[in-house]
Design a protein around this ligand. Sequence first.
Ligand code: NI
Length: 178
Amino acid sequence: MAVLAIRKYGDPILRKKAIKVAEFDAALQQAAANMIETMQAAKGIGLAANQVGQTHALCVVDVGLITEGAPPQAFVNPVILQESGKEVGYEEGCLSIPDVNEEVMRKERILIRYQDLTGAEHEQECEGTLARVLQHETDHLNGVFFVDRLSPLRRKLLSKKLKAIAEEAMQELRQNRR
Ligand code: NI
């Protein structure tokens, strides 16, 4: 297993729509294991594949924070089929947008369809923190950041900070290409 570098806001891969996973092989399991290790090293509760520079539709979530004792879980090809309940506000952060935490409004319940690492399909109703994290990660796989969901005013107030993160991300990309 390996801890991977986390791509930051401004890195073009974070705006790309993920590609559907078709092969449920050892490489996919390895990718998920690396993402779990990376998420844990960064003390995150969720991570999407494009955040570590990969294009497949895969995210991992530390469901142990929600269900005590449960191991981190991989969600392959996740699709939110239904959102329901009230719109609730919750302060979100993101490993790709360091030091930015903002209240985001989302629906409190979702019905999600996903595959596990063996390819088996599941449909699950979630609420609370799990629904929140899965909405955030599914957004990533569609090229969307939580800051995109803020009001124009909030985004404007953050624009300098976001610009600085993006400049750093581009610098890192240039260095890694050398
Ligand atoms: Ni995130």
